[in-house]
Design a protein around this ligand. Structure first.
Ligand code: NAD
Length: 348
């Protein structure tokens, strides 16, 4: 039995509790949150026996096998380093860290102890994405020429027009609270989504924008709302292809729209999660194929991240996306910030 603890018991932790509870061979024996009331309520809701407010103390006192880290981004690193010190396998929420240097330190600490690591790039649970990755890796699209990837949300607008902003939203809007804005929150997903299919990025140029929220001095409840709201990157892949990867929280009318279009010299594919997580649209060139002869492949279900994590612990073989992938994606985000600052393209 894998004895697991959930660290951070806010919004996203609920999904971790529900998904891990479904997996045979896993027992969620503890949860931890710096907010004692929240931790207690979470433990009661999910029938978790032990409750802590300090992660290090919990790791000292309990015999755990693994932890899942669901704290705000800035706390991922200290908690993960503590878990690595205790020899615990780690699933960490995205983004792995707040910069590539920290992500690398986390990766190295886990490697030294030969731990299983995974980053919750949850959209890898799409079987259409997994099939797309497989087709590109098998060369079915030929040489990759062009990629377009977008992640659009529309929940953010002026604070004065918005419903009450709670603590879970506030830290996402403020760099002082450890947020890398839209880029760090959802941009991290689309960079992983695109590169897990189309390959690594060699260089990129990025524009970032922060829009007025309609509050005096961009301040709200003591926080400065300075984190980026939109990011648009033009990228060059190591395989020679080029592409656009962009994301915003200001795309009115979109709840959570993720789309990837990959073109190669032998074919094209589209994954559109608004339409389906399991349908993959593919066009493969042939002599008699019409220009728009697209087919939809119905892809068989693939494991989600929680299942991948547990399977990796049991088999001792780290499935993707591990901390190395998290570190790689973090380098793309760092490059976006550097490029926006310098006003020119940056090598990875
Ligand atoms: N994979 C996804 O699709 C997805 C979706 C949403 C959120 N997330 C990620 O999940 C993480 C949490 O997001 P959320 O929306 O649940 O945030 P949240 O603010 O609702 O919850 C975070 C919780 O962590 C607690 N906490 C803070 N520091 C802590 C520490 N050192 N030890 C223990 N607990 C601590 C807070 O008190 C809070 O209860 C973030 O990294 C976010 O980017 C991922």
């Amino acid at each position: 039995m894998i004895k697991l603890a959930i660290i951070g018991t806010g919004n996203m932790a609920k999904q971790h509790a529900i998904e891990f509870a479904k997996i045979k061979g896993v027992s969620i024996i503890a949860c931890c949150d710096v907010d004692a009331t929240r931790a207690k309520a979470f433990a009661e809701a999910h029938k978790i026996p032990y409750v802590f407010t300090n992660a290090a103390k919990m790791m000292d006192e309990l015999e755990l096998d693994a932890v899942t880290i669901v704290t705000p981004d800035a706390a991922h690193k200290p908690v993960a380093l503590e878990a690595a010190k205790h020899g615990l396998h780690i699933l960490c929420e995205k983004p792995l860290a707040v910069n590539a240097r920290d992500a690398k330190e986390m990766m190295q600490a886990a490697r030294r102890r030969k731990l299983i690591t995974m980053v919750n790039f949850s959209y890898r649970g799409s079987s259409a994405l997994q099939k797309a990755r497989e087709l590109v890796a098998a060369g079915r699209l030929g040489a990759i020429t062009h990629v377009e990837a977008s992640y659009m949300q529309g929940w953010l607008h002026r604070v004065s027009d918005a419903p009450e902003i709670g603590s879970s939203t506030l830290w996402r809007l403020s760099t002082k609270m450890g947020s890398n804005g839209t880029l760090g929150d959802i941009g991290v997903h689309i960079f992983d989504f695109a590169t897990c299919v189309a390959g690594d990025i060699a260089s990129l140029s990025c524009s970032l924008a922060t829009f007025p929220k309609g509050v005096h001095g961009a301040k709200y409840k003591g926080a400065v709302l300075d984190a980026n709201d939109s990011a648009a990157a033009v990228v060059r892949f190591r395989n020679g292809g080029v592409g656009c990867i962009h994301t915003t929280r200001w795309a009115g009318g979109h709840n959570n729209s993720i789309r990837l279009r990959v073109y190669g010299d032998k074919g094209s594919l589209v994954v559109d999660l608004d339409k389906s997580w399991s349908d993959l649209d593919v066009f493969l060139r042939s002599k008699d194929a019409k220009q728009a002869a697209w087919k939809t492949i119905k892809c068989a279900p693939t494991p989600n991240i929680y299942q991948r994590f547990v399977k990796s612990i049991v088999s001792g073989k780290n499935d993707q996306p591990d901390f190395e992938t998290g570190w790689k994606v973090q380098q793309y985000l760092d490059a976006c910030f550097a490029s926006a600052r310098k006003g020119k393209a940056v090598e990875i």
